[in-house]
Every structure is written in C-alpha cells, then in structure tokens.
Write a protein that binds this ligand. Structure first.
Ligand SMILES: Cc1cc2nc3c(=O)[nH]c(=O)nc-3n(C[C@H](O)[C@H](O)[C@H](O)COP(=O)(O)OP(=O)(O)OC[C@H]3O[C@@H](n4cnc5c(N)ncnc54)[C@H](O)[C@@H]3O)c2cc1C
Length: 459
C-alpha cells in the first residue's frame, strides 16, 4: 500500500529543503527523500567545503607574503593538511547537520533515507516503501562526469567528492580539466604546497569567459607556479611510481606527465540515470538533464525539476532561485520565470572573478552597439592598499538603452563588488544611475562609477 502525501521532494540539495519549508507551512503533508548526505553537493562536496579550503590556502599564501607587509614570521610556513580538513569538515558538517535537523524537526514533513526511483508519474519507491503524491519535485543534483580515458578506471583517481577526504599533501596533483572546479582546487593545492599541473582540452582555461579574462586567470595561476597545459588530448592513464602517468598530446607534442594523484574535474552530469524517469514518462535531453519549461514544470503534469538536474543552472544560487520560482508560482500567485534571471556567478580562485550578464563575445555576437569601461586593479586604490593588484574590472553597456549588458570583476573583492552592478541590471535602470551613486571609499566598488565615466566603443 502506498503512503499518500500532498507532495514528495526527492533530494535535499539547495532547492528541496526550502521548498519543504514553504509547502509544509502552507499546510501540505510532505515527504522528503535523501539517499546521501543532507544538503547535497554545495554543503558536503561543493561550495561550502571548497571555499573553507580556499580560505586555508589564502592564509598560507598571505603568511608566505607576510614580509611584503612588514610582518615577520620566524621559521618557514607549513600547512597541516589534517587541520585544514578538520576545519573544512567542521564548517561543512555544521551545514549538513543543520539541514538534516531542520527537516527532521519540520512539522508535517516525513524524512525518508534511501535511494528513490519513480514507479509511475505519481509514485516513487524508497527502500521497500511506496509513496504517492499529486506533486513531485525532483532536486537530485549532479555528480562528476568522468571522461572516457583509457586506463583512468584502473587508477584511484579523485573527483570533487574524493578531494574532501584528502588530509595529506599530494606531491604532484595532476588535474584533468580547466574550468571552475579544476582551477579552484589547482590554486588551493599549489598554495598548500603541492606541485600542480592542469591539463585543459581546449585552447584556453575557463573557455566560456572572454579571452582576456581567461588569459589573466592563467597568469594568476602561473605566477604561483601552477603548470597549465592547453590543447591537451589525453591518450592514456596508467599507474606509475605509486601515482599515475598521464600520456597526452600537448599541442602536437607527446608528453608523459607523472603525478602522485589525479583529479578528474571535467564537468558534471545529472543524477537522473537511476531515477526511473522512463517509468514516469519524464523527458530528458540528450545529456540526461530533465526538460522543464520556464516555471520548471516537466512534461508530466504535477512533476517539477529544480537545481542542477534541469540543466538551467549549475550553481547553488540557481538551484535556490528555482525553489523561489516554483514556490512563487504554486503558493504566492506570483508568476516568476527562469528567463527573468540574469547570469551571475563567481570563480573562487584568489583573486576571485565575479561575473554578471553577457561576455564581450556574446555582446558582439548579439550585434548591439555597446560601450565598455575597464580598469586594471593596479589602478584601484583598495587593491593597491591590500597588495592584491592582479586582474581588472570591466563593465559593458548598451550604447542606446544605457542598460548594463555584462560585467567582469577579476580582482580582490570581485565576488562582492559585482553585486552593485547586478542589482542595477535587475532594476533595468541605466548605468548612469550608478554613476550618480556615492560609493564608499576605499573600496573596489567606488571605481565602478569612474569607469562608467570613461566608456569607449566596444570593438
Ligand atoms: C567542487 C564544487 C564547487 C562548487 N562551488 C560552487 C560555488 O562556489 N558556488 C555555487 O553557486 N555553486 C558551486 N557549486 C555547484 C553547487 O554545489 C550546485 O550547483 C548546488 O549544490 C545545487 O545542487 P542541487 O540543488 O541541484 O542538488 P545537490 O546539491 O547536488 O543535491 C542533490 C541531492 O539529491 C540526492 N539524490 C540524488 N539522487 C537521489 C535519489 N535517486 N534518491 C534520493 N536522493 C537523491 C543527493 O544525494 C543529493 O543530496 C560547486 C560544485 C562543486 C562540485
């Protein structure tokens, strides 16, 4: 006999728990099902633990640079990886327990632990129980996508999940991939003291970004001793000297790269292959992402998909925004849409890259007449005072409507400074509004009005 609920939520990522909170508060009887650690990727193997580790790496980096600031550290700087991991575990563990305790104590909410599969559009199975509801919300997230490289499955390679257990210093970390996750781990482990080699298949790192952003990021990493190879075609991976040997064509030259550990950071895939979606008739695209409309409804009435599994975003904030959109439509008679949101994210290397809206490349392709303002961090007082002058800041505006089209702040505080631009984009106000705002001195943001006064044609 199936146990009946008003709503079933599969997965406790960044959308599910908050949605459970809203639905139960609206009087619904809700089942929440989790097969792994509560809080999902962000809490356990993604944002929170990695940013805690980035903070440890930053401390090590600044300690090594202490003399530049007139600070004397007697003796050499070393990193205790067991303590780095313990700190990370404590921060991430608190969030994980917080989500679990919250759901366990939620009125009208029943928590099930175990893997779920659809039996039909209205029924799911968890362990030996069948649950049924008129509304089902899928928030199953994703996992590392492993490239089909001969020999890779014969070595104990790491993924973002495996990296969470590392409490030692890898002598030489070889990273397959050159995007956000690869770069964050790469710089972090270099700062902990590992030799790091990044192997990127394409011609440049973080290929979605403009070429100058990608070049500046590469320089930041190389300045710290990270080895970056681009145009890499890996032909084989094999065990070697207690570690691994990666054989690759690097820009036309055959090379053997020997590392102590290999991290596969070559993209993500949705956790939809073992969910029984076919039994429910729920459509997926050719990469396994659940097809949804602008309100995150699947093709099956009464079934929604939120977060990374719908392919509409790959961030904690996009998943949380998915929750807000679904809740607004279902409970608030507020017709929010996915298409209302503006692209925004950060890359947490140091200094970070904050991004909003379109890249210059996308703006050029759109055919709009645009103006650009740009300034290197060497000409931003706050960056100079902090001794963190790598990177640059750029804003691009529509020459006719004066709306901001895109921005990149690669530099100290870039992950925060981007928000003053993003909020004006959401307000659909002209850039001149920021020009007239009085910003606080000394900050990175205080130069945004200045660069908006120095706009030139985007060529
Ligand atoms: C290394 C790394 C760093 C990142 N850093 C950032 C960052 O700085 N900022 C940012 O915005 N984003 C970051 N992300 C991305 C971010 O973690 C995800 O976008 C975010 O967690 C959204 O996930 P979600 O809500 O889709 O689901 P998830 O958080 O992935 O959770 C899905 C949950 O569903 C459960 N589940 C799956 N299948 C089933 C099933 N069949 N039955 C029951 N339960 C199931 C899983 O166990 C999991 O707990 C990072 C990701 C990684 C890997």
């Amino acid at each position: 006999m199936a146990t009946e609920f008003d709503a079933i939520i599969i997965g406790t990522g960044q959308a599910g728990p908050s949605l459970a909170g809203r639905l139960t508060a609206a009087g619904m009887k809700v089942a929440v099902i989790e097969r792994g650690r509560f809080g999902g990727t962000c809490v356990n193997t993604g944002c929170i633990p990695t940013k805690a580790m980035v903070a440890s790496a930053y401390a090590a980096h600044m300690a090594r640079r202490a003399a530049e600031y007139g600070v004397t550290i007697s003796g050499s700087v070393s990193v205790d990886m067991k303590k780095v991991k313990a700190r990370k575990d404590q921060i991430s563990g608190k969030s994980n327990t917080g989500v679990e305790t919250w759901l366990d104590g939620m009125k009208n909410c029943t928590v099930y632990r175990g893997h779920t599969r659809f039996e039909s559009a209205r029924e799911v199975r968890v362990s030996d129980e069948t649950l049924t509801a008129q509304r089902v919300f899928i928030n199953v997230g994703g996992r590392a996508s492993i490239p089909a490289i001969p020999g890779l499955d014969e070595i104990p390679y790491l993924t973002n999940s495996g990296m969470m257990e590392v409490d030692f210093l890898p002598a030489h970390l070889v990273i397959l991939g050159g995007s956000y996750i690869a770069l964050e781990f790469g710089q972090m482990f270099r700062r902990f003291g590992s030799e790091v080699t990044i192997l990127q298949r394409g011609p440049r790192l973080i290929e979605r970004e403009d070429e100058d952003v990608s070049t500046a990021v590469r320089e930041i990493l190389e300045n710290e001793g990270v080895t970056v190879h681009v145009n890499v075609k890996i032909t084989r991976v094999a065990k070697r000297d207690g570690g691994a040997m990666v054989s690759a064509d690097v820009g036309g030259q055959q090379q053997e790269i020997i590392g102590s550990h290999v991290l596969a950071a070559t993209g993500r895939r949705p956790n939809t292959d073992d969910l029984g979606l076919d039994k429910a008739g729920i459509e997926v695209d050719n990469r396994g992402y659940i097809a949804v409309d602008d309100q995150l409804r699947t093709n099956v009435a009464g079934v929604w998909a939120l977060g990374d599994c719908n392919g509409k975003g790959a961030f904690t904030h996009t998943s949380y925004n998915d929750f807000e959109i679904v809740a607004a439509n279902l409970l608030d008679n507020d017709q929010r849409r996915v298409s209302d949101r503006i692209t925004a994210y950060a890359l947490y290397i140091d200094p970070p890259l904050g991004r909003a809206g379109m890249t210059n490349e996308q703006i050029r392709k759109s055919g709009r007449k645009a103006l650009v303002g740009q300034r290197p961090m060497t000409r931003i007082g706050r960056a100079v005072e902090k001794g963190e002058t790598q990177g640059f800041m750029r804003v691009v505006v529509d020459a006719e409507t004066k709306e901001i089209l895109g921005a990149a702040v690669l530099g100290t505080g870039g992950d925060e400074a981007i928000h003053s631009i993003l909020d004006v984009m959401y307000a659909k106000k002209p850039y001149t509004l920021i020009q007239r705002a009085m910003h606080i001195h000394p900050t990175v943001s205080e130069l945004i009005p200045t660069i908006l006064g120095e706009l030139k044609e985007l060529t």
